[in-house]
Design a protein around this ligand. Structure first.
Ligand code: FES
Ligand SMILES: [Fe+2]
Length: 378
């Protein structure tokens, strides 16, 4: 984040601390319960949010060198992300052009993918390089039977894919003004440490909602993160449908003794960026968490992938212990505190208690987010 932006934000946070307030919206927002349970809404979201626009699938460090790859299955399409020898990021359908088997699993390094079924062999650039009994397929030329590409772009340390064969990945248009803000983090320098996938009985939007206010910090998280952050005290800014929330760690008080020119806000804040519609990029102290949230098989289910990216490669045992501890704390807070409440909410949505839930004026990101989704799927 640019220094001038850090100073402006710190000043705003100090003002909120002094006045014991948070960013607000003008009015409350009534969010229909139906939008968390309806199969029709889920189908429209799938079409307009998860197929037509670029989705963030990782930081550049996910594919740290030429010859690396990773599969990505959360979107409902079997995707294969690669960085070929030329260093370029590409995405393909993980579907063999012979009879459709998956050509890769998990992640790793290599020069080619050998299909496990009959050994058709593809380069990381998608080309069909070789196949046993090549003469038997003379009428199906190798040149037209490479892996099927999907639009993919790498920009400022982030990997983007539009999961649709005939789609487009116009990242400038998608990010608009957020692009400069993200570029200032130098995300290309971060290293992938660890990823885990979670499945929860919650609508995918309810899962994103978890990140969108600090009103619950000292109630739900009274025994975990309440002591670390100010409660109900968060800035809110948006760029098109994307937005940022910044909450102050209590250590921000240390800045008061120094002139603003010397302020470094980064270790004293958590910045939550919602990369519309479904990725949550979190700056924590000195590292990045990337949450990718996708709809599950029904409106009541979601799939979530959490990845931790570190500023240095974690080569020593003590570094690994440090990052494991960070990772485990995050997973503990969401798995043991946020998500059980969320699953109860999802269950309660079917009980007929109310037609809508209510976002207060102290929860401006929630009303903004749901307005943006409603507009995008209309
Ligand atoms: S399905 Fe891949 S080689 Fe036959
Ligand atoms: Fe929480």
């Amino acid at each position: 984040m640019l220094h001038s932006e850090q100073v402006a934000l710190a000043e705003r946070l100090f003002e909120y601390i002094a006045e014991q307030r948070t960013a607000t919206s003008d009015e409350i927002y009534l969010q229909p319960v139906d939008e968390y349970v309806s199969a029709d809404v889920a189908a429209r979201e799938q079409r307009h949010l998860f197929r037509e626009r670029p989705l963030c699938v990782g930081l550049s460090g996910l594919l740290p060198a030429p010859g690396t790859y990773a599969v990505h299955d959360l979107s409902g399409l079997p995707l294969l992300l690669t960085r070929a020898e030329d260093g370029a990021f590409r995405a393909f359908l993980n579907v063999c052009r012979h009879r459709g088997a998956r050509v890769a699993e998990n992640c790793g390094r290599g020069r080619q993918f050998v299909c496990p079924y009959h050994a058709w062999t593809f380069g990381l650039d998608g080309r069909l390089l070789a196949r046993p009994q090549d003469q038997a397929f003379g009428q199906a030329p190798r040149s037209t039977h490479g892996l099927t590409a999907v639009p993919a772009v790498e920009r400022d340390g982030l990997l983007w894919v539009t999961p649709q064969v005939d789609g487009a990945c116009d990242i400038e248009r998608h990010l608009g003004g957020l692009s400069g803000e993200l570029a200032a983090y130098d995300l290309a320098g971060f290293h992938h440490y660890r990823t885990c996938t979670l499945r929860r009985r919650m609508n995918w939007k309810l899962l994103v909602d978890t990140f969108l206010e600090s009103y619950h910090f000292c109630v739900l998280h009274k025994n975990s993160i309440c002591n670390i952050f100010y409660d109900n005290l968060t800035t809110f800014d948006h760029w098109g449908p994307h937005f940022r929330l910044v909450s102050a760690r209590r250590t921000i008080e240390q800045l008061r003794s120094a002139p603003a020119n010397d302020w470094n806000l980064l270790p004293h804040m958590v910045a939550i960026y919602v990369l519309f519609p479904n990725s949550v990029l979190v700056w924590q102290l000195d590292h990045i968490e990337l949450w990718q949230v996708f709809p599950g098989p029904s409106a009541d289910e979601s799939l979530v992938q959490l990845s931790l990216y570190t500023p240095e490669p974690a080569t020593s045992e003590s570094a690994q212990r440090h990052w494991d501890k960070n990772f485990d704390l995050v997973v503990h807070v969401v798995e043991d505190e946020d998500f059980p409440v969320g699953e109860g909410i999802q269950n309660g949505f079917h009980a007929g208690a109310q037609s809508h839930i209510t976002f207060g004026t102290n929860e401006p990101a929630l009303s903004f987010y749901h307005r943006a989704i409603t507009a995008a799927i209309a």
